[in-house]
Design a protein around this ligand. Structure first.
Ligand SMILES: [Zn+2]
Length: 294
């Protein structure tokens, strides 16, 4: 159809010389080089109509060009969206819309790239996915903040926990000093002939291994103190994130990066999310439990 619409022949004119031979090859000639003989046969459309059609065609072509350069929107979920069935990462695809904003989709490519049986297939619109994520994040943050609350009522308990950990560290440090003193006196006993060489090495090994154990425990307790600081800090940051999501549902790339580890989408558009803060809180809880039992 494009060729017919651009062809001057239908105005009743004969056009020749549209191609020419250059270096033994047929190439298109510029319009100025064409030979046009007017009114050689009956016209199907008038010259005015023909000119109008050319104008429309040129406008459409230039509009198509400006559409092409419309920039991609930022990829907020980059590297985080996966297929719940085959585990493949979902491909982000843009569908260009003429009269509205472009629409972005996430697709699983396994059916086309591997085989029809590789996956039942997953497709979801990005805006729908982001909308669901905003709701899910809001609920998950509420739950996490409620569960691990560091509210004012919890502060005395936290202070007591801290004091207990510091006390445990101090008592171990003192024990290490006491044992080092014993090891030194063992050597004096060896020199004075109170201990045999075998006895000396037996005792020395026993005390030194106890010192090494205490050093490991002290390191774990220090770790517990650092974890408590990190938990307080994390809690504060999550409270801010939760407030931001509640006032402005739009998720930013930074917010998603901080809170979400992995998103899985199924054939029937069920979403499963692995949150970063969940595993962090679980680790904190483990470390602190360990310290309390020491
Ligand atoms: Zn898949």
């Amino acid at each position: 159809v494009g060729v017919i619409l651009r062809s001057e022949v239908y105005t009743g004119d004969l056009v020749q010389g549209q191609t020419k031979t250059v270096d033994h090859r047929q190439v298109k000639a510029d319009a100025e080089e064409w030979t046009v003989v007017r009114d050689t046969h009956e016209a199907i459309i008038s010259r005015e109509q023909f000119a109008a059609v050319q104008e429309i065609l040129n406008q459409t072509a230039s509009r198509a060009k400006t559409r092409e350069v419309k920039a991609y929107t930022p990829n907020l979920l980059k590297g985080k969206v996966f297929c719940a069935h085959c585990g493949g990462s979902l491909h982000r695809q843009r569908n260009i819309r003429k009269k509205s904003d472009d629409v972005y989709f996430y697709h699983c490519l396994s059916r086309s790239r591997i085989s029809k049986d590789a996956c039942p297939g997953v497709t979801i619109r990005e805006d729908a996915l982001l909308d669901m994520l905003a709701d899910m994040l809001r609920d998950a943050l509420d739950t996490a903040l409620g569960q691990y609350t560091l509210s004012l009522a919890e502060l005395p308990r936290q202070a007591a926990d801290r004091a207990e950990l510091r006390e445990k560290i101090t008592s171990r440090r003192q024990e290490v000093q006491r044992l080092r003193g014993i090891v030194r006196s063992l050597y004096e006993n060896l020199v004075q002939g109170v201990l045999t060489k075998d006895e000396y090495f037996d005792y020395k090994e026993k005390y030194e291994s106890r010192i090494a154990d205490l050093a490991v425990e002290m390191e774990q307790l220090e770790d517990g103190l650092r974890t408590m600081d990190a938990q307080t800090e994390q809690h504060r940051a999550l409270e801010q994130d939760a407030a931001q999501i509640k006032t402005d549902r739009a998720l930013t790339g930074a917010l998603i990066e901080r809170l979400i580890d992995r998103i899985e989408v199924s054939h029937d558009k069920q979403i499963t999310v692995r949150y970063r803060f969940q595993s962090e809180f679980e680790t904190y809880a483990e470390v602190l439990e360990q310290c309390r039992n020491m």
